[in-house]
Ligand binder design. Structure first.
Ligand code: OSB
Ligand code: MG
Length: 368
């Protein structure tokens, strides 16, 4: 293939309800879609982060600059454009995994479309449907939280993840356990809100039989996570701290995590995400697919990944309706607690023209 052009389309889609985490409150999915055109097909992807660098260091305006000035020139200079050559061509640019993932995914979509191959087939998927969990934001009161959880369980979600922070941890977990029982698959996500000084406090979560506690301590501190894991029985799961398969290998070797959240964008794309899966699976460490409140453009490829054999825990791959009254693609609909794995070529979906008209803002050429 040969790269002919790349453009971004800013989109802003209101969330059905505000989503609060320990790092901030989101009311709108505000990001850009990336469209690449090659001599054989066009491909689409979604940049996973937000306008502000609160979950991770990357952000929308920064990613646009990095793509335009540093990543696209390197990719455009390749004599042959295959998806597998992108990461090596971009490797000298440090970090910026989410920006790299957006470019790699759009090119991968184009390449697979030119072969007529679905992403799920390319990655090695073994399932047609994947069980869906849901991530439940921090609320003002326990009553509001219990209402949210009750609604999601009525929808059919098979696993609940509660966002926690200091002051909103033991009580919400206890309340959800008391109301919905010991059988409920339940886990928590702190998004780096605690320190090792909180180890004794976090140990009090052990009695609730959680599947895992996600990213309790500062990002990238594998040593501290290993120290914490020695003091609690709840399995530690890493999200923000894992940027590659190599990080994952180190974390597992150090016992800094016993479960892995795989977010393709966080590790630079689907090729590296598959390697993360392979490393964890080879060690017998369960993985699950994380989410970033994606539109259908980001959700579709995540569902393909979540169909790999090592994804033995339900992911944060929820239905479109959990996020948006109207998605930018055909909506993903929950059936018996599961979502279908897309089976059309490439990522399997396209932005709907009408939704792009409604939610699209500026379009900008990044490479022509
Ligand atoms: O930490 O997993 C996270 C959303 C945005 C940024 C980070 C995270 C999340 C979620 C929601 O937990 C996952 C989803 O439903 O997409
Ligand atoms: Mg997380």
């Amino acid at each position: 293939m040969k790269l002919e052009r790349a453009e971004l389309v800013h989109v802003a889609i209101p969330l059905v309800s505000p989503f609060r985490t320990s790092f901030g409150t989101m009311t709108t999915k505000d990001t850009f879609l990336l469209r690449v055109v090659t001599d054989s097909a066009e491909g689409w992807s979604e940049f996973a982060a937000d306008p502000e660098p609160l979950y991770c260091s990357e952000f929308v305006a920064g990613a646009e600059t990095v793509l335009r000035d540093f990543l696209l020139p390197r990719v455009a200079a390749l004599p042959v454009l295959d998806t597998a050559r992108l990461a090596p061509a971009m490797a000298k640019v440090k970090g910026h995994e989410l920006a790299k993932a957006a470019l790699e995914t759009a090119v991968l979509d184009a390449e697979l479309r030119s072969y007529g191959m679905p992403l799920a087939t390319y990655l090695g998927a073994v399932r047609e449907r994947v069980p869906a969990g849901v991530s439940v934001g921090i609320r003002r009161t326990l009553a509001e939280l219990l209402d949210d959880v009750e609604g999601y369980l009525a929808d059919g979600y098979v696993r609940i993840k509660l966002k926690i922070e200091p002051g909103w941890d033991l009580e919400p977990v206890r309340a959800v356990r008391e109301r919905f029982g010991a059988e409920l698959a339940l886990q928590v996500d702190a998004n780096t809100a605690y320190t090792l000084a909180d180890a004794e406090h976090l140990r009090r979560l052990d009695e609730f039989g959680l599947l895992l506690i996600e990213e309790p301590l500062a990002e990238n501190n594998l040593y501290a996570h290993a120290r914490l894991q020695q003091r609690i029985t709840t399995p530690v799961c890493l999200d923000e701290s894992l940027h590659s398969a190599a990080d994952t290998a180190s974390a597992i070797a150090m016992d800094a995590c016993r479960v892995v959240n795989v977010k393709p964008a966080r590790v630079g794309g689907y090729l590296e995400a598959r390697r993360v899966h392979d490393v964890a699976h080879a060690h017998g460490v369960p993985v699950w697919c994380g989410g970033m409140l994606e539109t259908g453009i980001g959700r579709a490829p995540n569902l393909a990944l979540a169909a790999l054999p090592g994804f033995t825990l339900p992911g944060d791959t929820s239905a479109s309706a959990r996020y948006f009254a109207e998605d930018i693609t055909e909506p993903f609909v929950l059936v018996d607690g599961q979502l279908p794995v897309p089976r059309s070529p490439g990522i399997g979906v396209r932005p709907l023209p009408e939704a792009l008209r409604r939610f699209g803002k500026e379009r900008r050429d990044l490479y022509v």
